[in-house]
Design a protein around this ligand. Structure first.
Ligand SMILES: [Zn+2]
Ligand SMILES: [Zn+2]
Length: 282
């Protein structure tokens, strides 16, 4: 790419961000990511200078979880926050460790139930919430950060509505509080394409243990000619659905919307029986 960065106007650009029409250099891309994550965290106003945060290395997107861990590590270094990165034992721990900048607050989780190799994104997020909620409880931590992007959120909104599964809209919410644990999506201001490029340019590449799909993905891309518009549209749509969403009941296992005490996903994956054991990673 023979372009100068549109932000600093000095360095050579390495990435074209279609979302904003900007050519961006490595340093500015990093700043864009940091600023955006910081903004999303501040939006909830619930994080204090000594918050305790769990970042699970997720089954659906380990690379994004690692990118998130590294960004949060850099941002929160200036505060007294405590961050625990929790890696499921099913991963190659050494491989994950190599990509992490924070090498001292690592835990290994032994989880007795694994997700199937393929699952819808919404169901996988429910699974991730259940095991990371257990891990946070064991550690006595109050926050869980999940690496869900703006594009994921738009896909979830559209897919849930098209398939008449309003209950799955809970997975599009940037903030859920349940059982004393607060779940946050710090990447909710970043479109999927930029997140993936950032991971690639940072050299982070770990194969996910659960491949997720969204049924209506093709519908999404056929109407999303101009994706930023659709992404912002989904945000407005969610705002409008606010009152309706408040009235939906919650599954007592995964905190997702459900008409029944235990949702279909938790029943299907038997998450009631999910158990987590934590140990320090040496
Ligand atoms: Zn630049
Ligand atoms: Zn559930």
């Amino acid at each position: 790419m023979d372009k100068i960065c549109s932000i600093c106007k000095k360095r050579q650009a390495i990435y074209y961000r279609a979302y904003s029409g900007e050519y961006i250099c490595a340093k500015c891309l990093n700043n864009v990511m940091e600023k955006n994550v910081k903004k999303e965290i501040n939006k909830t106003k619930s994080l204090s200078i000594d918050s305790k945060i769990v970042i699970p290395i997720t089954y659906f997107s380990p690379s994004s979880s690692i990118a998130l861990s590294n960004l949060i590590y850099r941002i929160e270094k200036r505060y007294k926050s405590r961050i625990a990165i929790v890696i499921p034992k099913d991963y190659n721990i050494e491989e994950i460790k190599n990509f992490l900048e924070n090498k001292s607050d690592l835990f290994i989780a032994e989880i007795n139930i694994k997700p199937p190799e393929r699952l819808s994104l919404q169901e996988c997020i429910r699974f991730e919430r259940v095991w990371s909620m257990r891990a946070a409880k064991i550690l006595g931590y109050e926050f869980v950060f999940l690496p869900v992007s703006r594009t994921d959120i738009s896909l979830i909104v559209i897919d849930s509505l098209i398939n008449g599964k309003a209950n799955l809209l809970s997975e599009s919410l940037e903030f859920i509080e349940y059982n004393g644990i607060k779940f946050l999506y710090p990447f909710s201001g970043i479109e999927g394409e930029t997140l993936v490029s950032y991971e690639f340019l940072s050299g982070i590449n770990v194969k996910p243990l659960c491949l997720t799909n969204i049924k209506s993905k093709n519908v999404f891309y056929s109407i999303a000619g101009n994706r930023p518009e659709l992404d912002f549209g989904s945000e407005r749509l969610l705002d409008k659905l606010g009152n309706f969403l408040d009235k939906l009941g919650k599954c007592k296992i995964c905190a997702g919307f459900s008409d029944k005490e235990i949702c279909d996903t938790c029943n299907k994956l038997n998450l009631k029986e999910l158990d987590v054991k934590l140990s320090f990673a040496q």
